[in-house]
Write a protein that binds this ligand. Structure first.
Ligand SMILES: NC(=O)c1ccc[n+]([C@@H]2O[C@H](COP(=O)([O-])OP(=O)(O)OC[C@H]3O[C@@H](n4cnc5c(N)ncnc54)[C@H](O)[C@@H]3O)[C@@H](O)[C@H]2O)c1
Ligand SMILES: [Zn+2]
Length: 340
């Protein structure tokens, strides 16, 4: 098993990018491990769980709440999990967040690892050690920072992933390319989503590269360079739209990236809006929508990144280079009104 080691100040994670689910028993002892997954993954891949003590959660963001964590903890108690038990989250970002958080607090911390099963979890959610739950309308409001012992990737799990979930993953991949990897951006422009679905080696390489990009940002942020904010590219307006309209996360941040890129033209002379638009469209993501600007702005004003009368916006200087720019709300409103 080829291993890549990610080192954080909060711990070390061993990544197996070209792995297979069957190798899990080399990373965790089946006799002293609890596997946690959700009902969709369990339905599609039931046979994988044979021989593993498995807890199956209901699927969906609405279950990423403290109540699920409490129920999980009660199950851990009744299954006699102790400090020597390993917890393994097999799933998308909802499962990895729930399991990472539960493992961090149960008996003040158990060993845990992830087998990410969505493209988004593989390139984003499983990496960085921030895990938590939503509280009411507030996403990821309570949680912990703790690194999984291992990340085991099995690309074949993606064979059952719905198209909309592929697109969610590609929205984050395009985000990574736009903020910090111009060469990757160029590669994506030449390829397509069906190409990656059919070319195993290319997909494994794409996922490993993106996992490393996320690691690099999280790691550099530990040295207080503030780069982690870059990962919010497209997410400021994206979240405002995701809450208001029936959009997937990928669709919402695609529109958010277009908004940020248009602001980048104005504030930083960004000159590749057409390339970003073309790439998002190439991967099936929306680039234009009419929305209620006043409502969106009122959500932005409540955003975490708000600083009194201005907002810290992640913009692009050029493809592959992000920059944080402080924009006053009144100016932002003017600019966005022009875009409408
Ligand atoms: N901790 C972090 O740093 C971080 C970063 C990004 C996102 N997140 C979190 O991740 C979550 C989103 O993750 P997600 O997009 O993976 O969502 P998800 O976990 O809800 O998975 C999406 C859907 O796909 C299904 N699914 C998963 N794997 C499948 C497979 N192989 N085949 C068929 N269906 C499958 C799930 O059951 C679910 O219905 C959000 O809660 C978000 O806050 C966390
Ligand atoms: Zn996102």
């Amino acid at each position: 098993m080829k291993k890549t080691r990610f080192s954080f100040s909060s711990g070390v994670t061993d990544c197996y990018f070209d792995g297979a689910f069957g190798q899990l028993k080399r990373l965790a002892d089946p006799a002293n491990t609890l596997v946690v997954t959700d009902q969709h993954i369990y339905k599609h891949h039931r046979s994988l769980f044979t021989g593993w003590n498995t807890i199956v959660l209901r699927a969906g963001e609405e279950y990423k709440v403290q109540g699920t964590v409490d129920a999980l903890i009660e199950q851990l108690i009744s299954l006699k999990a102790d400090r020597t038990t390993t917890l393994v989250g097999v799933g998308g970002g909802v499962v990895t967040d729930l399991v990472g958080y539960t493992a961090a607090i149960y008996m003040r911390g158990l060993r845990f690892g992830f087998v990410p099963t969505t493209l988004l979890a593989m390139v984003d959610a499983a990496i960085g050690g921030k895990n938590g739950v939503d509280v009411g309308i507030y996403k990821n409001m309570a949680g912990t920072v703790r690194q999984p012992a291992f990340l085991l990737y099995d690309i074949s799990l993606l064979s059952t992933l719905p198209m909309a979930e592929w697109q969610n993953g590609f929205a984050e991949i395009i985000k990574h390319a736009a903020i910090m990897d111009a060469a990757l951006f160029g590669t994506l422009e030449k390829r397509t989503l069906p190409f990656y679905q059919q070319d195993r080696a290319a997909l494994v390489a794409l996922i490993a590269r993106n996992a490393r990009l996320k690691y690099k940002v999280v790691r550099s942020d530990e040295h207080e360079k503030g780069n982690r904010k870059w990962l919010n590219f497209g997410h400021t307006m994206g979240h405002a739209l995701e809450n208001q309209y029936q959009l997937s996360h990928g669709q919402a941040i695609s529109l958010g990236m277009m908004t940020a890129a248009t602001l980048s033209e104005h504030y930083l002379g960004f000159a590749a809006l057409d390339r970003l638009e073309g790439l998002l469209a190439r991967y099936g993501l929306p680039t234009r929508a009419s929305y209620n600007l006043k409502k969106a702005l009122s959500v932005l004003r409540m955003d975490k990144k708000r600083r009194s009368d201005s907002i810290q916006y992640v913009l692009l200087q050029k493809i592959g280079k992000a920059a944080i720019h402080s924009i006053r709300f009144d100016r932002l409103e003017k600019q966005l009104a022009k875009q409408q």
